[in-house]
Design a protein around this ligand. Structure first.
Ligand code: AMP
Length: 294
């Protein structure tokens, strides 16, 4: 079936049950339409919009999921405070070419009378970086995405490179468990000063927002150091950490220079490399990364 031009601005259908979501996508496929899936936690911004637009160009029916997944938040994290704005999200979804928004309540995904007993962990890929900083987070992500893939059925699923480790974890999970899902990586959308768009940027006040640009400056510094010929990971991460340290409002979580394929730290950087940073600006924890070839 030829690709349909996305009909921007039409109202989206909102579905809040697992069965309703499954039936809607099964129905679309039975009618010969390909399905694009864009999993999100809502508070949609231009980064999410870029995923939806890409899906709308490549698939006949685009479903955006909006679910703040409790499994991927640790104790003391921002589960309660996380922005929830479904009406605005539906407007963004409609304007960017989505047809369906799946926004289940927590009890629909995790029925209290039948507590979830199965979780998905993805081994070495999820033990480093975010996995070390936020124990259980990536298992929470892999578990909810596995459930979304199981309910959605055969589709292409769009994920942002903004969460690079998450992207690798989801890809590996889909391969390991045999989901009929093509995982599509989409580039990071940034603000004018390089700050990666994130729903959590809404937590930042004016001065913190300015300070947050240091994450991108740190990554750019890392790229410069590699491009100047440095191949040892440690001096590269030290340069990135020093840039973060130069911003008084920032507190470094990690700076890493790794093999982009498996997130391991090589003795010498060569081929596809990923530079990643995490830092706290006030109470807000932000992450960012860039790819390059060494
Ligand atoms: P979230 O709602 O934060 O869970 O993100 C949902 C999806 O949007 C994930 O695949 C993210 O990687 C992706 N995403 C978030 N921010 C951006 C961004 N600035 N650019 C591109 N993709 C993004």
């Amino acid at each position: 079936m030829p690709l349909r031009a996305p009909s921007r601005g039409a109202a989206v259908e909102v579905v809040d049950t697992v069965d309703g979501f499954r039936h809607a996508l099964d129905g679309a496929r039975a009618a010969g339409r390909s399905v694009g899936l864009v999993p999100t936690m809502g508070a949609l911004h231009a980064g999410h919009a870029s995923l939806i637009e890409r899906a709308a160009h490549e698939c006949d029916l685009v479903a955006v999921t909006v679910f703040v997944n409790p499994l991927q938040f640790g104790p003391g994290e921002d589960l309660a405070a996380y922005p929830r704005e479904l009406e605005a999200d539906c407007a963004v979804a409609a304007a960017t070419g989505a047809h369906l928004v799946f926004a289940p309540p927590v009890q629909e995904m995790y029925p209290p009378d039948d507590p979830i007993g199965t979780t998905v962990t993805v081994g070495a890929l999820s033990e480093t970086l975010e996995g070390a900083a936020r124990p259980g987070h990536l298992a929470g992500v892999a578990t909810v995405v596995a459930k979304l893939f199981a309910v959605a059925g055969p589709c292409r699923a769009y994920f942002g490179e903004k969460d690079y480790q998450q992207l690798l974890v989801v890809r590996k999970m889909a391969r390991d468990l045999g989901f009929p899902v093509g995982v599509v990586a989409c580039p990071t959308v940034r603000d004018h000063d390089g700050l990666a768009l994130s729903s959590r940027n809404a937590y930042l006040d004016g001065r913190q927002r300015q300070a947050a640009a240091v994450l991108h400056r740190a990554l750019s510094r890392g790229v410069d150091v590699v491009n100047a010929g440095e191949r040892r990971p440690q001096p590269v991460t030290a340069a990135m950490a020093a840039t973060i340290a130069s911003e008084p409002m920032a507190e470094l979580g990690y700076a890493a220079a790794v093999d982009a394929r498996d997130l391991t730290v090589p003795e010498r950087l060569s081929g596809p490399v990923r530079l990643l940073v995490a830092a706290r600006i006030g109470a807000t924890r932000l992450i960012d990364n860039v790819g390059m070839t060494a």
